[in-house]
Design a protein around this ligand. Structure first.
Ligand code: KG4
Ligand code: ZN
Length: 340
């Protein structure tokens, strides 16, 4: 049994978790700073860093307490190295380095985006041989990437967005209709009572074999649609707009995943990660239309958390020929991808 303590502080969530064998979260503590930043209309990096500094010690203590284990029982500590807000990252990294040095534990730097993918396998009781090779979709406010993963920690980028990310398009359309931030959950809610076939959307990047995403055209289409119907706007029309937009935004994800699985027939499964993975309509569409098993993270592991950091840290740990490499504490938030 391998126990990894994960620490995450890349943006506006301070989080710590203890994970067993890369799969079982024994604890997961997440403190979001959303209320602190709301007044500013977005995350303020300096405030985020200071909040992390205030919270991190108590959050790690809580994660250890919830998992019912002592530092002695932990095999290694994993921490988000990047990408993220530099001041925010520094807090987690400095804290983790101190803890690792004092307790003489290996410290594993982890890439945040790659870790999101590992969030999809938390709690899953399926052997790795049935999951890999796999396709992984990271779909959030900043990314719409499909990777081919022959094995854990190995990534080949197959598709990315040439303009907006999928989640970003939900946020921009929500802003257009004055629905607040983040846009995904509120659009999903309105779409539930809307008719998706009411306003046919243009299909972006229609050629399935061309593995690129595009979302800014869909947003422009919504701007024009709103303009054309401005004088007759009502509640039901807004719901229909949301449903029609959502169907195409998610449809593009499903089409490209299908295209990727045709290009990579060796893929045994699809792992989905990132904020948009929380969307229930996306889950239903993907399960219905994709031909290989699709795994979504539990809702608590869709957005930023430390269990996914520990889960990826575990993969690096078990792969290392010599774990003493993780005792070298000379790296920082700038020396990215040092370990994969
Ligand atoms: O991964 P995430 O929490 O943060 C980063 O982008 O780093 O993703 C947030 C994004 C936002 O764009 C948000 O609108 C979108 O995920 N999102 C959703 C849903 N929940 C969050 N998009 C569609 N449907 C949802 N239910
Ligand atoms: Zn994230």
């Amino acid at each position: 049994m391998t126990l990894i303590l994960g620490i995450e502080s890349s943006c506006d969530e301070t989080a710590a978790a203890v994970v067993r064998d890369g799969r079982q979260a024994l604890s997961s503590v997440i403190k979001t700073q959303i209320d602190v930043h709301r007044a500013f209309g977005g995350v303020v990096p300096e405030i985020a860093a200071r909040e992390h500094l205030k919270l991190i010690d108590a959050i790690v203590d809580q994660a250890m307490h919830d998992a019912g284990c002592t530092l002695d029982q932990i095999d290694a500590i994993a921490v988000t190295q990047g990408p993220g807000l530099i001041g925010a990252l520094l807090v987690g990294i400095a804290y983790a380095k101190g803890l690792a040095f004092a307790s003489d534990k290996p410290l594993i730097p982890v890439n945040h985006v790659e870790a999101h993918v590992q969030g999809a396998v938390l709690g899953l009781d399926i052997p790795e041989t049935e999951l890999y090779p796999c396709l992984a979709l990271v779909v959030s406010g900043g990314h719409t990437n499909i990777y081919y993963m022959p094995e854990p920690t190995v990534y080949e980028l197959l598709a990315y967005s040439i303009d907006d990310a999928c989640g970003e398009s939900f946020d921009k359309v929500a802003k257009l209709f004055g629905l607040g931030y983040p846009g995904g959950p509120v659009i999903e809610e309105l779409a539930r009572q809307g008719h998706a076939e009411q306003y046919p959307m243009p299909r972006m990047m229609e050629q399935k074999n061309k593995l690129l995403f595009s979302y800014s055209g869909l947003k422009t289409y919504m701007v024009n649609l709103r303009g054309r119907h401005a004088s007759q706007m009502n509640e039901q029309m807004l719901r229909d707009f949301c449903a029609s937009f959502q169907e195409e935004a998610l449809g593009q994800l499903v089409r490209k995943l299908d295209g990727a699985s045709q290009q990579r027939p060796a893929a045994r499964s699809i792992l989905i990660a990132g904020g948009v993975a929380a969307n229930q309509r996306f889950r239903a569409l993907a399960q219905a239309k994709l031909k290989i098993p699709v795994y979504f993270p539990q809702l608590r592991f869709c957005s930023d958390n430390a269990a996914m950091i520990a889960a990826l840290g575990y993969q690096h740990y078990v792969k290392a020929d010599d774990t003493s490499v993780f005792k070298q504490l000379g790296w920082d938030a700038f020396s990215r991808y040092q370990f994969g």
